[in-house]
Design a protein around this ligand. Sequence first.
Ligand code: DOR
Ligand code: ZN
Length: 419
Amino acid sequence: MQADTVVCGILVDHRGVLGEGCVAARGGLVTGIHRKPVSAERVLDYRGMGVYVSPGFIDMHVHLRGLRLDYKEDERSGTAAAASAGITLVADMPNTVPRLSTPEALEKKLRALRKRSLVDYAVYAGVPDSPGLVEELASLPVAGFKIYPGDLEERMEAVKRILELPGALVVVHPELPEAEKPVAESNSLRAVHRGCHWEAAAVQLLRSLEPRARLHITHASCPSTIEHARNSGFTVDVAPHHLLLQGWGEDCLYRVNPPLRSSIEEWRLLQTLLEAGVNAVASDHAPHAAWEKTEPLTCSPGIAWLEAWPSLLYCLVEAGALRLEEFLRLAGKGPADILGLRGYGVLEPGARADLAAWRPASTRIGAPRWSKARLVPYFMERGCMEVLATLVGGVPVYVEGELTGEAEAVNPFERSRPG
Ligand code: DOR
Ligand code: ZN
């Protein structure tokens, strides 16, 4: 049977390089891996050009905003940014306005994603004010729950009920609510006041509750947090800014929670990553409007990473510090495993045909082109690879600098849908 799409180049996934060949896709799935292009409606042939064809990248921690925060970002602008970076699945956070902690808000968000997302998507439920809603939220097509520090103060009954859900994914922002109390300070003072001890304390607190759910610690900013998480049997991701951002200053562009750490802490975090001590890299793409990042007193925390992070992370491969396979594990198979998604992050027949064609190249990363968040720190200026094409379910959504206008994105947690 004729394929819908064939993409050719140097085939690679987290297990290693398969050699030059072609991936054929039909009906959203990889139907075969071939030496030469097979007959298809569309052929993207990058053979002989030093272009890798890999599983698309997966970002399990993004803020696409939307709803009443759509002036910061929305489901279309955020997923356009993702597609331009070879990211084929994003998992969206529930700290929207309104919060995604009622069935109504979640349904609305899922409808917006269904209509507007250019890449496959998942969404986490927020902790509900009423503990009685936990099971209902868990029965919706969500990836799991997200716990914020404030939930440990204001919604502890519901948190405990979530932790009781056997096997449910619970992603944790690992700080205690006390860490959030100081407000107007310098970035370097925040690193002290909002120190690593809060992260360790949050992990210990959750561990002491003996969860039956699967706990995942996100944006661990300190090596000690990773150690505590692993000793507790939790998975863990790190965000690019805690790994790669050197020489940061007092500017609001560098304000982020958890705060940026000292260069020693950052170096040790990187070392842990290079020693295969973490399960995933996730961006914590946190877009804000330009006026929110230029107003020093009300400075909104967050760095908008989506368009840049795979290319920046690849600099570690270029530098000889990270193996290509490890890069693909951290940016694909690792997050897929945490999310419990089979057929994602791998190149094999039967897998979802979410693919990225990209090549090592020194690139200039300017202001974001697709995200609404235009202000990014200067460290994003140079990347080490460029994305030529991004395919979601075998459909090219981004090709050589432009969106194609096509998309057949799915939410893999919706059982009736493929993937
Ligand atoms: O810096 C941050 N920004 N940290 C968070 O935990 C939330 C995020 C946001 O939503 O802006
Ligand atoms: Zn976040």
